[in-house]
Unconditional design. Structure first.
Length: 282
């Protein structure tokens, strides 16, 4: 069957996400593409407002069933997404050395970052050692915690001032005389999944070099299991060139899960310059 027998159909009723399907005969879905607002990972998630980074990009998800590849279906799905894109940039995350990476290069996406996904299994955690890390003194700092569902457009300081409630997120922070010094947060994607996604740790300027990142990360690992006792694993994403954060992950027991690469397609120049980027794992 050739590409002309494929219909590219917009899929409604997905709030916040634009979806298209490549539909073959008998309503078989040969491929899908989606656009959604970028959700920051790592140090960008919930950064204090003063150093938060804004983005003018949409994140592209595109997949074609293996038996339908090399027929132009992916290109047609991409064209449908581009026709509806108002953002100046598209971002795609693909597995390293995968067909998705070859597709990005063919369509002039530019490689911007290599990412490492690591996993920590609670069955491998030495809880007594973890407790020692959490109980270690850091003069001038104290640990604080928050749990709940992450609201839109709020920052770490605001969450820490709000009451904790049952929810998908656990936030651990280091406080210095009422001022945020460092934090890490983890989100449990669904009650049925025994895995959480961790963001950070990030240490704010003026508080680095005091092992606060290791401290709040250890406290988050401990606190997360207390709040979600059925949790079995924590996944993290780290830039391959962030040697400090990779060393911290390894020290806490995280191990390599997979590698992905980030690609970017610039459609037009942004109308405003990006704000300063911040965050550090130390």
């Amino acid at each position: 069957m050739n590409e002309c027998s494929i219909d590219i159909v917009a899929v409604p009723d997905h709030p916040g996400v634009r979806w298209w399907q490549a539909v073959a005969s008998h309503s078989f879905v040969a491929g899908v593409a989606g656009l959604r607002p970028t959700r920051s990972l790592g140090h960008d998630l919930l950064l204090p407002a003063a150093i938060a980074r804004t983005t003018d990009a949409a994140e592209l998800t595109l997949y074609v069933e293996p038996q339908w590849r090399r027929r132009g279906i992916g290109s047609r799905l991409l064209a449908a997404a581009l026709a509806q894109t108002t953002e100046p940039r598209l971002i795609a995350h693909v597995a390293a050395d995968s067909p998705g990476e070859a597709f990005c290069l063919w369509h002039d996406f530019r490689h911007t970052r290599s990412l490492r996904h690591d996993l920590l299994a609670y069955c491998n955690v030495h809880h007594a050692w973890l407790g020692e890390l959490v109980d270690a003194e850091h003069p001038g700092y104290r640990l604080t915690h928050w749990t709940g569902d992450l609201p839109a457009e709020l920052r770490v300081e605001e969450l820490l001032r709000s009451p904790s409630l049952p929810g998908e997120a656990v936030l651990t922070a280091a406080d210095a005389d009422g001022h945020l010094a460092a934090y890490a947060v983890a989100v449990v994607s669904a009650p049925a999944r025994p895995r959480a996604r961790q963001y950070g740790p990030a240490v704010l300027p003026g508080h680095r070099g005091r092992r606060l990142g290791r401290w709040v990360n250890a406290a988050l690992i401990q606190r997360l299991r207390e709040v979600h006792p059925n949790l079995e694993e924590i996944e993290t994403v780290t830039a391959e060139d962030d040697s400090r954060l990779l060393a911290l992950r390894e020290d806490l027991g995280f191990g390599l899960l997979r590698r992905t690469r980030r690609y970017e397609l610039v459609l037009r120049q942004p109308t405003r310059p990006p704000a300063a980027h911040g965050g550090d794992a130390r």
